[in-house]
Design a protein around this ligand. Structure first.
Ligand SMILES: Cc1cc2nc3c(=O)[nH]c(=O)nc-3n(C[C@H](O)[C@H](O)[C@H](O)COP(=O)(O)OP(=O)(O)OC[C@H]3O[C@@H](n4cnc5c(N)ncnc54)[C@H](O)[C@@H]3O)c2cc1C
Length: 378
């Protein structure tokens, strides 16, 4: 049996490590941070409030297998996420719905638009904004343009540093308008937060006698390349599962892959509530993209609250690469790295960095399960 080396103790790395460990493999997990759980890392602060150090994480999925897998390692608390958009100082539900329509338009205009939306689209429908922008009815197109400008345009530019039309169409296709009063941000079947947080859940996943975890170790200091094999501490008789940046692993053989990074500014306030929703998106003003309030996600009420403002920026040396940028030219750049990586038959790429793809937690777990099955059945 080959030994398994997993680079990265985020959710992707932890899940695949556990699956191999359960099959009797000896698994070494190497993590360069001093903490496990990757970007899902959370901790309790001095006021008893659970803080998500790398930004708010909300678990939601329609994938029963993923939900059941994670349920072995955590209890859950029901949590349905709601977001408000701050449009020129007015707070309205996002995704934009019929309530948002009424709050941003005169009574007369809102009634006209609602009537035509109900007639042309139908109550209860969820429509991508781009589809509305191309609708044959001029009033629907005008409405879509309002939503596009006031909810997406400035926010997208702040988030990605590009105008929406410069990004892959999947970005805008993901953004719906609800022809209803549905105000939940997600409509997935399973919407829960882990009762004791994500770090405890990942800790439980990694807690297996066949798994050893080394924190504060940059795997790249131990990796070497030998013809068609990758070696860890000179050992090529391993399978190496890599969840870090592929361009970094391959020593920037081509242009570095661009990422967006974030500056998080945390503030503690002496009040039990700072804003009326867990997240408020600033879609027309401010330099930050959104404010999240941790006490609204899961924690017991206290007389204090903690918020975080997110400032999006280009990822430079020393910054954390949070988001791969969804642009076709960068995807082509990634594929050059991928071709190079495919030359090593004991190297497997997993997770949002190595795959250069934004993935939610449920997809990360699903991909880890699928990769494990592929390797084991080979
Ligand atoms: C701001 C933000 C908000 C998000 N919100 C949500 C949400 O609400 N819901 C949702 O489902 N998903 C959300 N996500 C996505 C979620 O974080 C990911 O799906 C999940 O963390 C994927 O885990 P991963 O293991 O692939 O990556 P990561 O969590 O990034 O883990 C990779 C790990 O590899 C380590 N590593 C990298 N290189 C090396 C190296 N050379 N040596 C050793 N270790 C290395 C890193 O330090 C890191 O810990 C969000 C992501 C971000 C950035």
């Amino acid at each position: 049996m080959k030994n398994i080396v997993v680079v990265g103790a985020g959710l992707s790395g932890a899940v695949i490590a556990r699956l191999f460990a359960e099959k009797g493999f000896s698994v070494k997990v190497v993590e360069k941070r001093d903490t496990i759980a990757g970007n899902t890392y959370d901790y309790i602060d001095e006021n008893g409030i659970r803080i998500q150090k790398y930004g708010p994480h909300i678990f939601h999925t329609n994938n029963k297998q993923v939900f059941e897998f994670l349920s072995q390692y955590t209890e859950w608390e029901k949590y349905e996420h709601r977001v408000l958009g701050n449009i020129n100082g007015k707070l309205v539900p996002v995704p934009f719905n019929l309530t948002s329509l009424k709050e941003t338009h005169s009574k007369e205009d809102a009634e006209k638009i609602e009537e035509i939306l109900l007639k042309e689209i139908g109550f209860g429908k969820k429509v991508p904004i781009l589809q509305l922008k191309q609708h044959s009815e001029p009033l629907i197109r005008e409405f879509a343009e309002f939503v596009y400008q006031n909810v997406f345009y400035t926010y997208t530019k702040k988030q990605w540093g590009f105008k929406p039309e410069e990004l892959g169409s999947e970005v805008m296709n993901r953004v719906p308008v609800y022809v209803s009063t549905e105000d939940r941000y997600f409509t997935d079947e399973y919407q829960y937060q882990p009762t004791d947080g994500f770090t405890t859940m990942v800790q439980n996943i990694l807690n297996h006698p066949n798994i050893s975890v080394e924190l504060g170790v940059d795997a790249l200091q131990h990796v070497t390349f030998e013809q068609n094999k990758i070696a860890y501490d000179n050992d090529t008789n391993i399978d190496l599962i890599f969840t870090g940046r592929l361009d970094e692993l391959l020593n920037y053989a081509f242009e570095p892959l661009p990422y967006r990074s974030l500056n998080f500014v945390f503030e503690t306030h002496n009040t039990d509530s700072y804003q009326p929703a867990a997240v408020v998106n600033y879609t027309t003003s401010e330099d930050f993209t959104r404010i999240s309030e941790f006490t609204k996600f899961c924690c017991k009420p206290t007389d204090k609250t903690v918020i975080v403002k997110e400032y999006s920026k280009q990822c430079e040396e020393g910054d954390i690469p949070y988001y791969p940028i969804p642009k076709q030219e960068y995807q082509s750049q990634y594929e050059k790295y991928l071709n190079e990586a495919n030359k090593f038959d004991n190297l497997y790429l997993l997770g949002r960095l190595a795959n250069y793809k934004y993935i939610n937690m449920d997809i990360a777990v699903d991909l880890a399960i699928k990769l494990f099955e592929k390797i084991i059945n080979n």
